[in-house]
Design a binder for this molecule. Sequence first.
Ligand code: KG4
Ligand code: ZN
Length: 333
Amino acid sequence: MPVILAIESSCDDTSAAVCVDGAVLSNVIANQAIHEAYGGVVPELASRVHQQNIVPAVQQALLNAKVNKNDIDAVAFTRGPGLLGSLLVGVSFAKGFALANSLPLIEVNHMQAHVLAHFIGEKKPSFPFLCLTVSGGHTQIVLVKDYFDMEVIGQTLDDAAGEAMDKTSKILGLPYPGGPLIDKYARLGNPDRFKFPEPQIPGFDYSFSGLKTSILYFIRDNVAANPNFIQDNINDICASVEKRIVTILLNKFERAAREYGIKDVAMAGGVSANTGLRQGLQQMAEKNGWNYFIPAMQYCTDNAGMIAIAGYHKYLKGEFTGQNVAPLARMPF
Ligand code: KG4
Ligand code: ZN
């Protein structure tokens, strides 16, 4: 019955979770509103706010799970990839907590954890499956052969899908993070009103920087002709941008699943909260007779629940790490 305390602090969310025998009993997430005004995450501010949030987040996670500090068997934490200053706060806390309470440490790769979020709920994919991991920092098609045997078969060559959402919203004058706002406006708009280009990249790799530039020029030219262009058309602009990002993501994902003969398709990361993408994945799976999997919303965006489930599976394998562990801004699978 291992009890795992998990810590996540790779970007701008401070999160703590408790997992008892593979069941995630609490998942506390402290968001950082401070970045809204800057149009993106400010690393220095993020690490400072992590320092303020980490202890209350852990206390709340233990309280919500009705678990006592003395019942914990191991501390799992995100080692990377992410912002170094942010990671340092979580890693240092985990190391200090483990040292003070004589507990083993379990290091977790944030990108693997996004994929392993699928093992939190009731409905779990079967190996091998294909996971589209789409977040603010990453866009990857991952072939998942086992819990910790994953291969990236395609990824973005420049911007991530979430970055494309956030940069578009910045062009439109919306606050950060813009993805949820694009989602909100897109529900009210006509996705076929404006056409944006689909990049022609070989294999299963993605590119979003050309799309961002075409959106920038499109807005600039239209605002020059009509200063109210954005306000007058916000719903249709968001719906059209969202549709293009969704078709770029899913066209490649579908081809990859066919080529690898995959029957279980999954999606993870913050952008998988997007309504259009969720509907698109469902339609794609139903058309092909595949099973599809999307984690519950709280386990899509950055959260310690996914670190806890990854930590649990590492605990079962007996994979622990020493007190000399340091965070990694870049961390391959
Ligand atoms: O996984 P995540 O929480 O953090 C990273 O590891 O990056 O992903 C955050 C990203 C942001 O770019 C945010 O705009 C996007 O996920 N996002 C969305 C939605 N909710 C979050 N994008 C589109 N529609 C949403 N509903
Ligand atoms: Zn993430």
